[in-house]
Design a protein around this ligand. Structure first.
Ligand SMILES: CC(C)(COP(=O)(O)OP(=O)(O)OC[C@H]1O[C@@H](n2cnc3c(N)ncnc32)[C@H](O)[C@@H]1OP(=O)(O)O)[C@@H](O)C(=O)NCCC(=O)NCCS
Length: 205
C-alpha cells in the first residue's frame, strides 16, 4: 500500500511516530504534500516543503499506520530570530480527517516540542485561523498563549492568531526588550515583515 491509500481506524497509540528522513523523500513527500494541501488555505510549492525538510527534517514527525500509510504530519523549523530568541516555528500540521479527535496531532506537536527543547529553543510560535477551533483547543491545552491577532493574514483573507509557547523563563520579557531596542534604533522593521509566516511566503513568492 502507498503512503496515501485508504485509512484504517487506528487510535493515536497504535500508530508509529517517525522522524522524516531525507533519503525517503520520494516515499513520503508526495503523501505529505497531499495531506497538507487538502486542509491548509496556503498553496505551498514543493520548494517550501524542501526548505523546511532539507534543513529541519529532524523536526518533521509523521504518524504512520501499520501499512505505512501517512495519517498525520508536522513540519517545523528552529533558528535564531531577530527578536534575539532561538525560535521554534510550527509551519504545518495536519491529520487525516478520518483519524481526527484521537490525540494524534497532540502527539505530533509534543514530539516537535521535545525536539525543539533538545535543540535549545526559547519559544515555539505558529499561526492558526481564528475560526480553527480544533487547532486552538489543541495548542492552548498544550500551554500556547495568544500573542497577536493578525488581521487578514492568510491569502484567503482570513484572520489568524499568533500563538506562542515560552519554553524558558524570561523569554517573554527578553522579546519585549529587544522589540523596544529595535524600535528605538535604526533597525525598525514593519510589523508585516515581522510576521513569521508572511516572511516565509515572501521567500518563495
Ligand atoms: C487541527 C488538527 C491537526 C487536530 O488534529 P487531531 O488529531 O484531531 O487533534 P487532537 O485529537 O490531538 O486534539 C484535537 C482537539 O480539538 C478538539 N476538536 C476537534 N474537532 C473540534 C471541533 N470541531 N470543535 C471543537 N473542538 C474540536 C478535540 O476534542 C481535541 O481537544 P480535547 O483533547 O481537549 O478534547 C486537525 O483537525 C487537522 O488536521 N485540521 C486541518 C489542518 C489544520 O487546521 N491544521 C492546523 C493549522 S495550524
Amino acid at each position: 500500500m502507498s503512503a496515501t491509500d485508504a485509512p484504517s481506524t487506528a487510535s493515536a497509540d497504535e500508530l508509529q511516530y517517525v522522524q522524516y528522513e531525507g533519503d525517503k523523500e520520494e516515499l513520503y513527500l508526495p503523501a505529505i504534500r497531499q495531506l497538507i494541501s487538502k486542509d491548509l488555505s496556503e498553496p505551498y510549492s514543493i520548494y517550501v516543503y524542501r526548505y523546511f525538510l532539507y534543513q529541519w527534517g529532524n523536526l518533521c514527525y509523521m504518524a504512520l499506520d501499520s501499512d505505512k500509510a501517512l495519517i498525520g504530519v508536522i513540519v517545523c523549523k528552529l533558528e535564531p530570530h531577530r527578536s534575539g530568541t532561538h525560535r521554534g516555528y510550527i509551519a504545518m500540521l495536519a491529520v487525516r480527517e478520518t483519524h481526527r479527535g484521537k490525540g494524534i496531532a497532540t502527539k505530533l506537536v509534543s514530539l516537535a516540542i521535545e525536539g525543539m527543547v533538545a535543540g535549545d529553543a526559547d519559544e515555539v510560535v505558529l499561526e492558526t485561523e481564528v475560526t480553527n477551533t480544533a487547532s486552538l483547543k489543541l495548542y492552548e491545552r498544550l500551554g500556547f498563549l495568544r500573542s497577536k491577532r493578525l488581521h487578514r493574514y492568510y491569502l484567503n483573507g482570513n484572520t489568524a492568531f499568533r500563538l506562542v509557547l515560552y519554553l524558558k523563563e524570561g523569554t517573554a520579557t527578553k522579546r519585549a526588550d529587544d522589540a523596544m531596542r529595535a524600535m528605538e534604533g535604526d533597525r525598525v522593521v514593519g510589523d508585516t515583515q515581522m510576521e513569521e509566516g508572511r516572511y516565509d511566503r515572501e521567500q518563495f513568492a
